[in-house]
Each structure stands twice: as structure tokens, then as C-alpha cells.
Design a binder for this molecule. Structure first.
Ligand code: ADP
Ligand code: MN
Ligand code: MN
Ligand code: MN
Length: 336
């Protein structure tokens, strides 16, 4: 029987791109091939020459439809088959290839917020819920709105075969996290975008909007980040500590460039409060959740492992973030 393939891509909306998708019925035994769309409706082309190309880059089972149906993550190409200007994956692939011998790996902690009727899920119509404190990894009563969606999303990611590692409720009521990894670029980006698509799509069924907004509520409420955990072969191996410190030092040489590529609205989130370091500063430290880069305690104990860049926003593009971290850390390692 023919099957349904949901083609997923990243659009050209500014300042933060949106994820889009449409369905193709594919014949029995056939692969989901090249397809196209109207780029003038996605901020990716003029009406006069509107055709954009969808080229599949990652295919997995679609857990929301019938057995045999697929999710097809795509990159966007111009009709001459070169990367579209909005295609951030192509540059990620180039850097991943260049530094493949250092074996860069990523694990991303994707935080997000459920919204309903214009406010975080479970929040009272007027005013605020009880202050932050009981919600992070909390359980019970009306404190944990959205858990049903989280459960559905986790199972969907597992059934799709994605490398989902865990989930937790976050510090602000209505805010949650899932982790994807440990994967090399560009696969970390492919899988994170598919996991995001599944989240948005499943939340639809609950009349809920899952948003990657970095600071959904101003004031004394945590923002939403995408802590990006990174290692190279040298960091993971015995004596990796020196490579980890060298990586932190390298990241400290290109602070503004990294922050500018870590998601729109990062100034609103990296204020220096709420477990963040101010966007204009740079620091690294063991177990320090107020540092730009945290070295987890187990890594400090073992003297090998990975580092956690705590700066990327929830709305970051993982193709961009994995590219720039790989570029900065791995080029410095060659030079040293
Ligand atoms: P925390 O909330 O304490 O910061 P999490 O458990 O949410 O930590 O996330 C830890 C992340 O670290 C996971 O995404 C995991 O993939 C990642 N990670 C673990 N080991 C490595 C490694 N060697 N290289 C890169 N990432 C790693
Ligand atoms: Mn986490
Ligand atoms: Mn978190
Ligand atoms: Mn973290």
C-alpha cells in the first residue's frame, strides 16, 4: 500500500524561523524523493519565482499515523539544487565534515513552554500562580499542567526512533524540557527539529501551543534555554580535562559571535539572574549554573567527558549552534 510522508522543513520567517510541513502520498516500495513548495508563502521566495526544493535528509517512522508512514526532515534548496539562503544545514555539514576526525558530539536540553489562551498552561486567568520553587521536577495536583502532552511526546519520539534521553518539568509552571543526544552534527539538528515538530503537532490535539520563546514571562520567572552539551574524542578520552579547558578557553575568544547565533531575544534571557550568566560576560566553572559554560561535577571528578554551553536559547537553530561550537572548539584544537 502507498504511505504518507510528512515533509518537514524550516522556513524563512524573521527574526525566528518557523517549522512547516506538508503531506505526500508515496507509492508502495518507493522512497520519499525530492519535492517542492511555494516559497512565496514561507518568506523564502518572491511570487514571481516561487519554487523551492525540498530535499530529504533524515527519515524516520511517523508515530502519529499508520504503521509504514514516515516523517521526512528536509533541507531547502533553490531550483538549481544549491542551498537556499535559509538553509543552515549545508554550512553545518561542511564544518562537520572538516572536523570529523575530532568526532564532535552534542546533547541538547530543549526547554519549552505550553501556552493556552495567551498565557502559560495552568496559570490563572488573572495574576500569577504560586512563585517558582515547587515546579522543577515536581509532581502532584494542579502544579504540573501539561504532563499528558509530555508523556505523549516522549513516547512519540521513542516510537519514531529518535535519540530522546529524558524529560523533566522546569522551574516555571507550564515549562518543560526534553533532551536529545548524544549525536554528531548534523544529525543532532535533524533529530531536534523532528522532535520539535512532534511537540508542536501533539500539543495541537490538546488545544495547546508549545512555544520556544526564550523569555515567555518577564520578571521573576525562568526563561527557556537549550543547554548545549558538547564533547570531542579528546575530551571524552583519558586525560580529556585539558581538552575540555582548552574548549572553554576557545569559546571565550568568540563570545559576541556565539551569543549572536544562539537564538533571537537572547538578551532578554541571559540577564545574569535565573541560572544564567549575563550575555556580555564569559565564564566557565565546575557545577556553576551561573556560568556561561558549566563543567558537570562528574566530569570534574573523572577528569574527562564534556562541557555544557548554557547560553543557547530555546529558539536556537541546532544546525547553527552545533556548527559554530564545532568550528570554534575544533579549529582551536588544531592550532594548539
Ligand atoms: P542538566 O539538566 O543537569 O544540565 P541533563 O540530564 O538535562 O543535564 O542533560 C545532560 C545532557 O548532556 C544530555 O543531553 C546528554 O546527551 C549530554 N551529554 C552527556 N554526555 C555527553 C558527551 N560526552 N558529549 C556531549 N553531550 C553529552
Ligand atoms: Mn537538563
Ligand atoms: Mn533545564
Ligand atoms: Mn543543563
Amino acid at each position: 500500500m502507498s504511505y504518507q510522508a510528512e515533509y518537514i522543513w524550516i522556513d524563512g520567517t524573521k527574526p525566528s524561523p518557523l517549522v512547516r510541513s506538508k503531506t505526500k502520498i508515496v507509492g508502495d516500495g518507493k522512497e520519499p524523493g525530492i519535492w517542492g513548495f511555494d516559497g512565496s508563502s514561507t518568506n523564502q521566495a518572491d511570487g514571481s519565482s516561487s519554487d523551492c526544493v525540498l530535499a530529504p535528509v533524515f527519515v524516520c517512522d511517523d508515530p502519529l499515523r499508520q504503521p509504514g508512514d514516515k516523517l521526512v526532515m528536509c533541507e531547502v534548496l533553490l531550483p538549481d539544487m544549491t542551498p537556499h539562503p535559509t538553509n543552515t544545514r549545508a554550512a553545518c555539514v561542511a564544518v562537520a565534515d572538516k572536523y570529523a576526525d575530532q568526532e564532535p558530539w552534542f546533547g541538547v536540553e530543549q526547554e519549552y513552554t505550553f501556552l493556552q489562551n495567551g498565557r502559560p498552561l495552568g496559570w490563572p486567568e488573572n495574576g500569577f500562580p504560586a512563585p517558582q520553587g515547587p515546579y522543577y521536577c515536581g509532581v502532584g495536583g494542579d502544579k504540573m499542567p501539561g504532563r499528558e502532552i509530555v508523556e505523549r511526546h516522549t513516547l512519540a519520539c521513542m516510537q519514531a526512533g529518535l535519540s530522546i534521553e529524558g524529560t523533566n518539568a522546569e522551574v516555571m509552571m507550564g515549562q518543560w524540557e526534553f533532551q536529545i543526544g548524544i549525536l554528531a552534527p548534523p544529525l543532532i539538528g535533524d533529530q531536534l527539529w523532528v522532535a520539535r515538530w512532534l511537540l508542536f503537532r501533539i500539543a495541537e490535539d490538546f488545544d495547546v501551543w508549545a512555544t520556544l520563546e526564550p523569555k515567555p514571562i518577564a520578571g521573576d520567572w525562568n526563561g527557556a534555554g537549550a543547554h548545549t552539551n558538547f564533547s570531542t574524542k579528546a575530551m571524552r578520552g583519558d586525560g580529556g580535562w585539558d581538552a575540555i579547558i582548552a574548549g572553554c578557553e576557545a569559546l571565550g575568544t568568540r563570545v559576541d559571535e556565539h551569543v549572536a547565533n544562539y537564538g533571537v531575544g537572547i538578551e532578554s534571557r541571559l540577564t545574569g539572574a535565573h541560572e544564567t550568566a549575563h550575555f556580555s560576560t564569559f565564564s566557565y566553572g565546575t557545577s556553576d549554573r551561573g556560568a556561561s559554560i558549566r563543567i558537570p561535577w562528574a566530569v570534574a571528578r573523572d577528569k574527562k567527558g564534556w562541557l555544557e554551553d548554557r547560553r543557547p536559547n530555546a529558539n536556537m537553530d541546532p544546525y547553527v549552534v552545533s556548527r559554530i561550537i564545532t568550528e570554534t572548539v575544533c579549529s582551536a584544537a588544531i592550532g594548539s
